[in-house]
Write a protein that binds this ligand. Sequence first.
Ligand code: FAD
Length: 471
Amino acid sequence: TTSIVWIRNDLRLGDNIALKEAVNHLREEDELLLLFHIHPELVRDFDLQQDYFFQTVKVFNETSGPLHFIYGEEEEAFHSLFEVVTDAGDIYFNKAETGFGKKRDERVLALLEDKGIRVHTYIDHPLHGAEEVTKKDGGLYQVFSPYFKQWQKLPKPGMQQVDRDKLSRHLTDRTEEFSSGGEKYNQLTKKPLRDWQEVGEEAALQRLAAFLDEPVYYYDEDRDIPSKDGTSLMSRYLRTGAISPRTVYHRVMQDTDGRKRQDGVESFIRELAFRDFYHMVYYNHPEAGDQELTEKFRGIPWNEDEEIFERWKRGETGFPFIDAAMKQLNETGWMHNRARMAVASFLTKDLLIDWRKGERYFHQKLADYEAASNIGGWQWAASTGTDAVPYFRVFNPVRQSERFDPHGEYIKAWIPALADVPKTYIHEPHKMPGEEQKKAGCIIGEDYPEPMVDHKRMRERAIEVYKQRKD
Ligand code: FAD
């Protein structure tokens, strides 16, 4: 009999629950086939996000595979699988609890049941599943602080090591029979959009080790400075599943136990809990990607001007901190958290553009795109989430810049036109006198734009618009 492990956003061999379970249950005569379903929805609008994901698929396929690719809508794709694998007995996978993945899993479950295949599913993507952290009455939390208190109290699930020897003894290679899915995979992975340096399980473990060596102890202070390499960069690996949140959690706890200052460690663990929190919120509110969770803020008259939106996307707003952040995103597929908060606030409050548009743009570009965290982050910034920034607390893009990039290092790293602008003007280059502009080789209006809006006015307008909905 053939057992199938359906690999998805869990592209690793280490600490993978579905894989471990499948291997444990293999009998001597069984074969194990690793499956990957390329759903057309996954590769629509192919951009940096999808590109990074499929480069991780490629690394997995080459180092830990082979994967057997099927392509198409659920019915068509699984039909092609069962044409080839006629003796399938069991299928194992780490199920999706939210979003598109959840709907897809439900559709496929119905197909598998019809076929009489035994299905084994697990929760592997969050550290604590959506229904694990609950209030005393069993209800789910809306606010992070009490959620986090409860989260901390729960024992953490241990790492689930896969029996690698047994796995390799049973792993089957029938890739030649999966030629159409294989072709699609080749098309998607042949020419990456950029030269990604950090891809896959090995890279994830190395990066984690480097982070635990020193930066984790200063994380509480450094995490807000975008010019510093002060954060873990685990998000892209967690998103693709190149590393599991259990591994991150336990490595952190073991490596830092009793060593140096703990403030950084505690602050880092809190962020891992944030990932679970947003996962739970999205599970509890499946409509969150389309609709404001705060009812009174539905129906805000957003600005529909596409040219304004385009300028934000390209990083041509005239606010250096915002522009640097957008360039970092467009060029690397990642943006620092402090900068994400600033650009999201700028889009929704200063430009009064619909947060859904920003969410979708991040979806296209972010290598670490997680629907739950992204929607959570955007609804937070737009003041429409369950535990969001109050609508009257609007980020000042110049203040953010002065506080978190005081020397303009982040700005200069991403905006070459501002490289020689003196520190006095780096946060507001349009205030440079003509002489200074010439000296810095940066003529405002030519080399770098004037600010596209007056922040003070826009802040008042946004507060007014939100207030009207509230009353
Ligand atoms: P670290 O600072 O090292 O944090 C460690 C881990 O904790 C991260 O890898 C991540 O898994 C988790 N984490 C940290 N902050 C958050 C947070 N605010 N919410 C949820 N999890 C968090 N994160 C994503 O993983 N995917 C997204 O699509 C995403 N979109 C965002 C959109 C907006 C508007 C905002 C404000 C934040 C978003 N975040 C998202 C959260 C955060 O910006 C990233 O997780 C973080 O920048 C990733 O870098 P890192 O791995 O170095 O993080």
